[in-house]
Design a protein around this ligand. Structure first.
Ligand code: ADP
Ligand code: MG
Length: 663
């Protein structure tokens, strides 16, 4: 209970909840993502424009000037003992009453010698007297750094009963420090050697839990070998494939073959279809659904967003036009009368394929003859799927699709509970998207290229980082770009805006207008990121490209170049050029993640962020791959001990029970 912590009231609880912190344990495992090191220095010793800590006493009363709404500047002079410097800090007007003449303080910031100006980013009313380490947490606007740190400090003082997941014998084997120490150290590192030990414990713990779950799932799934054999006329399937508007690639054919074998077998299919954006996973999904229908079963295709569900629906209608396959789309924007009808039809087996977002796993939706569930990269440990998958005697096969570019060796480990089909080659006629970085100042060239494409009859995506204006003037938002483009094109081109905060019916209308070529330029946030497929769009312009991770940029770029027409992607940015250059150099998702990783040393290297299960707080699948492999072995070994007598291991039991009920 968070209320156990002194000083935490209802308001703070709401703030903490907004960070997904609901218990003291959540709080203690909310780890810093980096640290600031502070050591007081002398003005004469610090380098120009390098962040430093300077101690001194306040020499003059603080002055405030209000520059514009939401922007004020506080100024005073500080006596460091050897000189008097001018200090400014933005948006700290509230500190004025604390800054009394003669008071000792620390200022943290950068010093400009030529005008004797110290621009502070922080002021400490309690001076920093010796070197100190400050943990930096991902916080949102709801909660102040100082109050978060205070709450964390109090929580760390409490002797909380921590659940221990690493079994005793392994803790001993690896000479781990104890968990409470590990947690204390990660929040308050005492030395870099200690921090290393702490991280080792916590990363091992994270990966051990993960691999234990995978081993457990694998075991449980192997037990499911009594499904009905699904039979179907393979000639009909072949006919369907031959009548597609294109020839399947080799990898697609292999995937279909593997899925076919799974479908016929008595084992539950539990397969991952791995393939970069644009590799053509969707058609494989449709073929699987067709096979499933031929075998006399109903199927579900789940998409991560409503836009994508809608698109899958439209495509499926086309693909199945001349076949007797009944398809329904169920999203939150479907009218309740139609929804009722769909639910009724599903129950009466009148619908063969249900397409929707993950909300189709709703309890009220009953699909009596369910034979196949296809889902995009999603939680394998999710509880909702139990509803369908754990029903006794159910014949449900499961196919997961993922666009996460990971090496096969890693895939085999982290998807160790699944079989894998991989599509490596892209459909033949897709051209490489020409990618180029432009500085803000070069925008005119880009505008001309936009006009050229539109004259040729093609359409453009324009991507911006923000929906709304924020304090950072230099960051574009959908409205600011809309206005700028309208002015640049003299209001002669039809522009539209789409973003995640719109209702889904509105989004759908906008997407349809774009698809029907009624809109020439679609200004969007990353809602367009996943899977949207409009082949007439041949150009993407991304503003403030430095604000996006390369994994995201790669996903975004995958929206163009979806046919044999040459397509273009322009990254507009004045910053972070070295990283963005990787996008110019390659269009291979895996290569991008590799290079990104080499450059930054960390980060969402595999774009794993998108996938629910692998939201590791500390572990990094690449850096910590050796630990992962060790954890695989340790997890499998421990599972055998565990299964002999689960009662002996209550904490681990809690973890595993939350995945699947054990009889
Ligand atoms: P993703 O793997 O990202 O889901 P899609 O399934 O959306 O990729 O496929 C990308 C595009 O390639 C679609 O327009 C699709 O119709 C087309 N496509 C898929 N397979 C082939 C193929 N074998 N030959 C030609 N085009 C294909
Ligand atoms: Mg099967």
């Amino acid at each position: 209970m968070l209320t156990e912590i002194k000083g935490v009231g209802p308001k703070t609880i709401i703030e903490l909840n907004s960070l997904n912190i609901y218990t003291v344990l959540d709080l203690l495992t909310y780890y810093p993502y980096r640290y600031n090191y502070y050591k007081p220095e002398k003005i004469s010793e610090i380098k120009e424009n390098q962040e430093a800590v300077i101690n001194g006493v306040i020499e003059s009363k603080a002055n405030i000037s209000y520059l514009k709404k939401n922007l004020n500047k506080l100024m005073f002079s500080l006596n460091t003992g050897t000189e008097i410097i001018n200090v400014t800090i933005f948006n700290r007007a509230f500190l004025k009453s604390n800054l009394l003449i003669g008071k000792p303080i620390s200022v943290i910031g950068k010093y400009n010698k030529s005008n004797n100006m110290f621009t502070a980013s922080d002021i400490r009313l309690k001076p920093i007297l010796q070197a100190e380490v400050e943990p930096i947490y991902h916080l949102n606007n709801n909660i102040k750094k100082a109050s978060f740190n205070k709450i964390m400090n109090i929580a760390l003082e409490k002797n909380v009963n921590l659940p221990i997941y690493i079994p005793d014998y392994l803790e001993k084997k690896y000479k781990f420090i104890d968990k409470l120490s590990a947690i204390k150290i990660i929040h308050k590192p005492t030395s870099s050697a200690d921090l290393k030990k702490s991280l080792l414990y916590l990363i091992y713990e994270e990966l051990f839990i993960f691999m234990l779950k995978i081993s457990f799932l694998k075991l449980k799934k192997e037990e499911l070998t009594n499904l009905k054999e699904k039979k179907f006329d393979s000639q009909l399937m072949k006919k369907f494939i031959n009548n597609l508007p294109f020839k399947l690639t080799n990898d697609q054919l292999i995937a279909v073959d593997e899925i076919t074998k799974d479908t016929i077998s008595k084992k539950r299919m539990n397969r991952l279809l791995l393939g970069d954006v644009g590799s053509g996973k969707t058609i494989v999904a449709f073929i699987s659904l067709y096979i499933n229908k031929l075998a006399g079963y109903q199927g579900i295709l789940m998409a991560p967003t409503e836009i994508l569900a809608q698109q899958h629906y439209n495509n499926s209608i086309k693909i199945f036009e001349n076949y007797n396959v009944k398809i329904a789309l169920l999203t939150s924007s479907v009218k309740s009368s139609i929804r009722k009808q769909i639910i009724e039809d599903l129950k009466n087996k009148k619908i063969d394929i249900l397409i929707g977002t993950h909300s189709v796993l709703n309890e009220e939706i009953i699909i009596p003859n369910l034979g196949l569930v296809i889902t995009d990269e999603q939680h394998r440990f999710g509880v909702k799927q139990r509803h369908y998958l754990q029903q006794k005697g159910s014949d449900v096969d499961v196919l997961y699709m993922s666009a996460t570019p990971i090496p096969r060796t890693v895939a085999l480990t982290i998807y160790g509970d699944m079989d894998i089909s991989q599509i490596k080659e892209k459909p033949l006629n897709n051209k490489v998207v020409i990618t180029k970085i432009y500085k803000e100042a070069g925008i005119k060239d880009v505008l001309m290229k936009i006009v050229e494409q539109i004259k040729l009859g093609y359409q453009i995506y324009v991507i911006v980082p923000l929906v709304e204006e924020n304090n950072e003037d230099s960051i574009e938002n959908v409205d600011s770009i809309y206005d700028k483009l309208n002015i640049a094109f003299n209001h002669k081109l039809s522009l539209d805006i789409i973003h995640g905060k719109m209702t889904s019916s509105k989004k759908e209308k906008i997407m349809n207008d774009f698809k029907d070529n009624k809109t020439k330029i679609l200004i969007s946030t990353t809602v367009i990121e996943v899977g949207v497929d409009i082949s007439n769009a041949t150009m993407m312009v991304i503003f403030n490209a430095e604000r996006f991770g390369l994994a995201t940029l790669h996903q975004l770029r995958g929206r163009v170049g979806r046919n044999d027409i040459q397509s273009y992607c322009y990254l507009i940015s004045d910053y972070d050029i070295e990283r963005l250059k990787i996008m110019e150099e390659t269009s291979d998702g895996f290569e991008i993640s590799e290079k990104d990783f080499k450059l930054r040393g960390t980060g969402d290297i595999f774009g794993i962020k998108q996938s629910g299960d692998m939201n590791f707080k500390l572990a990094n699948l690449k850096n910590d791959y050796k630990i992962l492999i060790q954890c695989k072995k340790d997890g499998e070994e421990f599972l055998l001990k565990y299964l002999k007598n689960p009662k002996l291991y209550p904490h681990q039991r809690c973890l595993l029970d939350s995945i699947i009920f054990i009889d």
